[in-house]
Structures are given as C-alpha cells and as structure tokens.
Design a protein around this ligand. Structure first.
Ligand code: CMP
Length: 154
C-alpha cells in the first residue's frame, strides 16, 4: 500500500511537469499536492456539463477528453478541441460566475484520471498564473446569454 507521503511526492513530481506550473516554487506544488483529489472517469463520461454550476479545477493526469459546446437552439454539440495529459480545464467557472461554459467528455477507451483542486486553493495559488488569466482572453463569451439559456435547467 502506498502511504500518503509517497503519493504526495508522486503528485508533486507530476505537477512539476505540467506546463502552467513551470514557474511555481516546489513548496507551492507540495501544498497543491496535499489538497488535491485524484478522480477517475470512464469512456464517454461527462466530467463537466455546460451550464451546470461548478467550483473545481482539473488537471489531466492520464488520458484524453474532448471539449464540446452546445449549439444554440439545437440539441447538438459542437466539437471544440481535445485536451490530454498535463492540460487543465474548469478554470472559467472559477473566474466569473460559477457556470460551466463547455462540456468536458472522456474521449479515451482506457478512461481518464484527473487531479481536482478546490476553489479556495485555486484562488490562493493558481488563479494569478499568466496562463490562467490570459486563456481565451480574445474569445468573447456572452455570459448573459449563457445564463439565460440555462435558466430553465437550474
Ligand atoms: P469551465 O467553464 O469551468 O468548464 C468547462 C471548461 O471547458 C472551461 O472551464 C474551460 O476550461 C474549457 N473550455 C471552455 N471553452 C474552451 C475552448 N474554446 N477551448 C478549450 N477549452 C475550453
């Protein structure tokens, strides 16, 4: 059986290899390793549903997911992109109001593992990183429309 400390060292090692964390000091990575939760999902699972409320940030430690978005006035979803090991998602609901702006769906027959970080840790240690602040800055998200569109399902 692995002890908590060994696991923490494994997480810290992995976080060192994650591009957004490249400038973070080791003690910050250890703090993050202390509080993160590892979660596993099966092929086809929705890790995040667009329009749902959420307060967690994810880093992929194994496997691939696809990002999709609902096409307005339709039941169809549009493929946006694929994310894999070392990529992150879920930051947007933590930046504005707490609504998820896209679906995140497991796209890997072997499943996906993620490291999940809560809102408080995200705010304290991660939200100010350049890569998080500037991600999709040029992409205009009309949050009011998104809110209205999902008013009925909440
Ligand atoms: P959040 O809105 O919390 O939940 C869905 C996530 O999908 C979102 O955070 C981003 O991490 C991710 N996402 C949203 N739009 C895009 C996009 N255009 N390209 C890549 N990822 C996206």
């Amino acid at each position: 059986m692995r002890t908590g400390l060994i696991r923490q060292a494994e997480y810290t090692d992995f976080l060192k290899s994650v591009p957004i964390f490249k400038n973070l000091p080791e003690d910050t990575l250890i703090k993050i390793s202390d509080v993160l939760e590892e979660t596993h999902y099966a092929h086809g699972d929705y890790i995040i549903r667009q329009g749902a409320r959420g307060d967690t940030f994810f880093i992929i430690s194994k496997g691939r997911v696809k990002v999709t978005m609902k096409i307005p006035n339709s039941n169809e979803e549009k493929y946006i992109r694929t994310l894999s090991k070392g990529d992150f998602f879920g930051e947007k609901a933590l930046q504005g109001d707490d609504l998820r702006t896209a679906n995140i769906i497991v796209d890997d027959p072997e499943g996906v593992s993620t490291l999940v970080i809560d809102r408080e840790t995200f705010n304290q240690l991660i939200s100010d990183l350049d890569e998080i602040r500037t991600k999709y800055k040029d992409e205009q998200i009309d949050r009011r429309r998104l809110n209205e569109e999902f008013e009925t399902v909440r």
